[in-house]
Design a protein around this ligand. Structure first.
Ligand SMILES: O=C1O[C@H](COP(=O)(O)O)[C@@H](O)[C@H](O)[C@H]1O
Length: 234
């Protein structure tokens, strides 16, 4: 039986609304059950509308911790910073009261910042309540890049590292990423994607036509640890 469900939308605004409503419900349920909620989100360009919608959801944001599934190792003033994206689109409106846990530490390299970033993630309650991943057209998700220098370790389902550095030809800048076991240790897992190229790539991955080394997103699609809900729009 497939572990993946796909929700397709005719426009990306509807996708953002539907996912924001779903995630907000799960955050409310987490707060009701445990007093706090933890969500890890991706960066890049795709989640902007979703973040804007989610930021306006009525819930007790002061009880929510938000972190990133991966980060480009640049200061949060840099246009490429995933933290900057979260700060300017998600940590707004009602969600301004949430606690943001960044991965970038200000250290000169991800290797130098690894212990601090790992400690920040280890201090969060586990399992996470919600993880929202994205995907690049090259098949990367989080910072699991094809050709990445720590890809095998990051995808190791039995690995014990919470975070790892990543350098890869297609990555642009050095990265830090939550590892696969951390990302799959969640009550709800989403993959937010848009465009026909990504839809077709995901179809190949689901059919087993793409391998995890060249299309690392396969590691979250072909796993049986947690159901994956794909939200797609054109
Ligand atoms: O570099 C990154 O890219 C992916 C996909 O980004 P998009 O611009 O194609 O939406 C993103 O999921 C990841 O968090 C980010 O660091």
């Amino acid at each position: 039986m497939s572990n993946v469900t796909t929700h397709s939308f005719t426009n990306c605004g509807a996708q953002a609304v539907a996912l924001a409503e779903r995630v907000a419900t799960q955050l409310r349920e987490a707060i009701a059950a445990r007093g706090t909620a933890v969500i890890a989100v991706s960066g890049g360009s795709t989640p902007k509308d979703f973040f804007a919608r989610l930021s306006r959801e009525a819930l007790d944001w002061a009880k929510v911790a938000i972190t990133l599934v991966d980060e480009r190792w640049v200061p949060d003033t840099d246009e490429r910073s995933n933290a900057k994206l979260v700060e300017t689109t998600l940590l707004q409106d009602a969600a301004r009261a949430a606690r943001f846990v960044p991965l970038y530490t200000g250290a000169p390299t991800p290797e130098a910042g690894l212990a601090e970033a790992g400690a920040r993630i280890a201090a969060l309650p586990a399992p996470f309540d919600v993880v929202v991943l994205g995907m690049g057209e090259d098949g990367h998700t989080a910072s699991f890049f094809p050709g990445g220098d720590h890809l095998a370790a990051a995808l190791d389902p039995h690995g014990t590292a919470k975070v790892l550095p990543m350098h890869a030809p297609g990555a642009g800048e050095p990265r830090i990423t939550l590892t696969l076991p951390v990302l799959l240790d969640t009550r709800a897992l989403y993959l937010l994607v848009s465009g026909e190229k990504k839809r077709d790539l995901l179809a190949d991955v689901r059919l087993g036509l793409a391998d995890a080394k060249n299309h690392p997103v396969r590691a979250v699609v072909q796993q049986d640890r947690v159901p994956l809900a794909v939200y797609w729009c054109p």
